[in-house]
Design a binder for this molecule. Structure first.
Ligand code: 5GP
Length: 193
């Protein structure tokens, strides 16, 4: 599970990690409008508010949150199926969703869970990155910067924190964490002892 304030480069990071065959990316549902270049079912499942609420009411979301005025949520079924099949799942969710996942009483989720926070260098750099991306207007950027400030206060709740520098560096650290997590004794199924 990875969280990072908007604009930290986490999506690029996740896109890169997604290309690893042994890691399945959990495609979230959202009610926010689709951005140019985004594909329905690949980047997100783009839903209307009522479609999203229906899924929520049916208990089909592992967690959900209101982020910057839109709903975001993780479909439960696919995550549990992948974990049951022994596949690692990557969740890219905000700090509110992360809190819900940490509080999950599902044993499979608790066993699988490793959480990483990506800390942007500072708010000014974050603003530059968001402006450079050009997908949000000034008002939306201001909203995201404000939210980032609040989200950054949560970093200590995560087992790992990556201080974001270049995309290459961040990726190396991210992969190192995933690799180490796979060597945890408790995750190994050995026939000794
Ligand atoms: P964006 O709109 O930039 O794609 O994402 C905005 C924020 O929503 C990011 O912080 C991202 O991590 C978060 N987010 C994406 N999917 C989910 C989800 O399924 N659940 C929660 N709680 N947050 C999500």
């Amino acid at each position: 599970m990875v969280s990072a304030p908007s604009g930290t480069g986490k999506t690029t990071l996740c896109t890169n990690v997604r290309q690893t065959p042994d890691l399945v990316y959990s495609v979230s549902c959202t009610t926010r409008p689709q951005r140019p270049g985004e594909q329905d079912g690949v980047d997100y499942f783009f839903l209307s508010k009522s479609e999203f609420e229906k899924k929520m009411q049916r208990g089909e979301m592992l967690e959900h949150a209101d982020v910057y005025g839109h709903y975001y949520g993780t479909p439960k079924g696919p995550v549990l199926e992948h974990l049951a099949a022994g596949r690692d799942v990557l969740l890219d969710i905000d700090v509110q969703g992360a809190r819900q996942i940490r509080g999950s009483r599902d044993a499979k989720i608790q066993e699988a869970l490793a959480d990483i926070f990506i800390m942007p260098p500072d708010l000014e750099e974050l603003r530059r990155r968001l402006q450079g991306r050009g997908t949000e207007n000034a008002q939306q950027i201001a909203k995201r910067i404000q939210a980032a400030d609040a989200e950054m206060a949560d970093w200590k709740s995560y087992r790992y924190t990556i201080l974001s520098s270049s995309m290459e560096e961040d990726l190396i650290k991210f992969r190192a964490i995933i690799r180490a997590e796979r060597y945890l004794s408790r995750r190994l199924n050995l026939h000794h002892g």
